[in-house]
Ligand binder design. Sequence first.
Ligand code: ATP
Length: 258
Amino acid sequence: MELLKVENLDKSFLSSKHAKLVHAVNQVSFTVNSGEFVALVGESGSGKSTVAQIIAGLTPADSGAVFLRGERAAYPYFREYYKFLQMVFQMPVDSFDPRWRIGKVLETILKRFAYPGNRRMRAAELLSMVGLPLAYLDKFPAQMSGGECQRAALARALAVGPELLICDEITSALDVSVQAQVIDLLLQLKEKTKISLLFISHDLALVQGISDRVLVMKDGMIVESGSTSEVLGAPRTAYTRQLIQSLITIEDAEKESR
Ligand SMILES: Nc1ncnc2c1ncn2[C@@H]1O[C@H](COP(=O)(O)OP(=O)(O)OP(=O)(O)O)[C@@H](O)[C@H]1O
């Protein structure tokens, strides 16, 4: 089933630095099916985050359309849409109010979205789903590591019971070993739930391990798409080959430094 469809999205910004119009998103169209993990990759500035923000209803497109479960979602979004989709961002600590304990954050979301059961118990279950001990209900964001905060951010997103999760560079602020743990967690979610994922990253190594399908973005456009093995195994464009090559170069450098 088609959970998300975006059609001919366009978005430009007036760049104050260069006093010119930047065409950040240019005729972007794609779909995400139920249970599918789709990666959106591309170098910095290629337009990935802008696409994510449009889909999440955080910014309007200049033109084009977003369909959630077949229904056209107009900006600004109704709260109902956030029952369907949730987004997790790059900087985990910044996404929390520093004055709120994690338990309060989770219970407040559960209340806002009318969770019918015991909210404290559900908050504890959510922490366990993301591999955090119960005691973290009483922690403030500043008392947690970046990786723990990102797990808590995932718990907060999952509290709503979304069908689609959009993760925008959620591992790029984390150490490599912690990155692997977060990816593992997403893979466990894939196994245990029917959640769909739009995973935005510039890191092809991570994408390789997690996604069913890859969309490659360059200068605001999707220049290549296909199954992960097709796109990464037999890239059709020079740009994708270049992204893969830079990954291989980084891996080689890491091997040498070990
Ligand atoms: N609010 C804004 N005002 C002006 N220009 C913007 C704005 N947001 C994005 N841009 C520009 O739009 C283009 C696409 O940016 P975007 O953040 O979507 O790319 P990205 O692929 O997500 O890059 P990164 O991985 O570095 O976040 C860039 O040229 C960026 O400078």
